[in-house]
Design a protein around this ligand. Structure first.
Ligand code: CMC
Length: 430
């Protein structure tokens, strides 16, 4: 008699039957290895390029239901968090599992504020880049450089040490981002003002001019707070998986996070927000939308900001971000590109190409337009994704290190190259 929570597999090559346990809707892929066609057979593997149907870990941080468009951190709906919390409050939740009490939040905010400065040699490192260096390149490189300033970070199994690196990274990434921007503009650096909240201080470091005390626009501060919350974590995406893979070798968190940020940089991931605005600028006016969509349907290009590996419904973050527009545009005036974006979305959602593939706007479709309205240069958009995602990367880093089931990441391959052949001396080649 077979157990109920199991899978019975018959190997038609041999006629043998195997029973494999099912746990939490998964089978352990290593159980497949017992399935062999002959004694010298290595055993069956699963083949899954791009990890389309492979769970690489058990995680208690973020729950995502792509069919129903649901996103929750530690059980709390993203909508409730975006509506009611500060970004650092959500960061605390994502990292620690519970929302902070008032005194825990006060302490956490103070602790982060105490680490916002960067070593002057990190600032010099930033100054060493070409004036037109992409801020994401500066970010990736400067975060990696922090590893050399904090060699103690290698003690990844020391809980106190991990806590310190988490504080440093959450506090310093906005400073690095803002310094990268100011360097590209030829502006002197604006140092952190710890009287301001996390997001307000970031605006200060980005945009402070000659005023003695920078006062962030409360509408911009609120909108950026919501945008940061929407980007805090998104479970096993490309960059978070990179973070976990690098950290699985017990590399320090600065090197691991730099690698995660590098993965984020690509236009299919966190670089999409920049790519969306460039696409909207290229489309230019509503009249050009049909010909643009025709080229997408011919497979010549992608509609950036649309589609997602997991969501088969409207990305809940895109809905939240769309709601920020009214307030921001009351201050800045309506961007003509918003009309193009809204019409592009409206038409795309009626087209069979997008309906049949379940392609909806994702988090990046509207975020770039808000950043642009707030005067952020386009090249810094991916960095604006990386700052809040630092929280998610670190939460997964810590979860991985404490997970007894995890080992160094090392997938298998199916070798398809040439078979064994005799060596050819150089004089006999060609
Ligand atoms: N425009 C046009 N067609 C698309 C798009 C798009 N944006 N996305 C997917 N498709 C098509 C794709 O061509 C394929 O069609 P077919 O079956 O005829 O070959 C089908 O939809 C399935 O696409 P896929 O490439 O197999 O899907 P994926 O899960 O590998 O890719 C994605 C997910 C996000 C990389 C992709 O949807 C995409 O390139 N989107 C545009 C870039 C973008 O907005 N990225 C931000 C993602 S959200 C933020 C984040 O977490 O990074």
């Amino acid at each position: 008699m077979t157990a109920q929570n199991s899978l019975t597999i018959t190997d038609n090559r041999t006629g043998r039957t195997y029973e494999i346990p099912i746990e939490m809707g998964t089978i352990d892929a290593s159980h497949l290895r017992q399935i062999r066609a002959s004694d010298d057979d290595f055993g069956l593997m699963s083949y899954d390029p791009a990890f389309k149907n492979t769970a690489s870990c058990r995680s208690a941080i973020t729950e995502l239901n792509g069919e129903r468009g649901i996103l929750r951190h530690r059980g709390y709906a993203i909508e409730a968090l975006a509506e009611n919390c500060s970004f650092l409050e959500v960061a605390y939740l994502v990292l620690n599992g519970e929302l902070p009490t008032q005194s825990e939040l006060d302490q956490w905010v103070t602790d982060v504020a105490n680490h916002t400065l960067i070593h002057k040699n990190v600032a010099r490192h930033i100054e060493g880049f070409q004036h037109d260096a992409h801020p994401m390149g500066i970010f990736v490189s400067s975060v990696a450089a922090l590893s050399t300033f904090y060699p103690d970070a290698k003690n990844v199994f020391d809980a106190e040490c991990r806590k310190l690196q988490i504080l440093r990274l959450i506090a310093k990434t906005p400073t690095i981002a803002a310094f990268a921007h100011r360097h590209s503009q030829g502006m002197t650096f604006a140092y952190p003002d710890n009287d301001l909240a996390y997001v307000g201080n970031f605006l200060n470091m980005m945009f402070k001019m000659t005023e003695l005390k920078y006062k962030p626009n409360p509408v911009f501060e609120r909108a950026l707070n919501v945008l940061f919350i929407c980007h805090a974590d998104h479970e096993q995406n490309c960059s978070t998986t990179s973070m976990r893979v690098i950290a699985s070798s017990q590399a320090d968190p600065y090197c691991a996070l730099s690698g995660a940020a590098a993965a984020l940089y690509g236009p299919l991931h966190g670089g999409a927000n920049e790519a969306v605005v460039r696409m909207l600028q290229e489309i230019g006016t509503v009249d050009n939308i049909p010909s643009f969509l025709a080229s997408v349907k011919r497979g010549e290009r992608r509609l950036m900001g649309f589609g997602h590996r997991v969501y088969r419904a409207y990305d809940p973050r895109a809905k939240i971000i769309k709601r920020c527009f009214d307030e921001v545009f009351t201050v800045t005036g309506r961007s003509p590109l918003l009309d193009v974006a809204v019409e592009l979305e409206r038409i795309a959602l009626q087209e069979d190409y997008f309906i049949s593939r379940q392609l909806y706007p994702n988090v990046d479709f509207y975020s770039g337009l808000i950043y642009k309205a707030m005067n952020f240069p386009m090249t810094i958009f991916p960095v604006l994704f990386a700052i809040p995602r630092t929280v998610g990367w670190l939460a997964h880093w810590q979860e991985l290190l404490l997970d007894k089931e995890q080992k160094i990441s090392r997938p298998r391959q199916v070798y398809v190259g040439v078979g064994p052949r005799p060596f050819v001396p150089r004089s006999e080649r060609g």
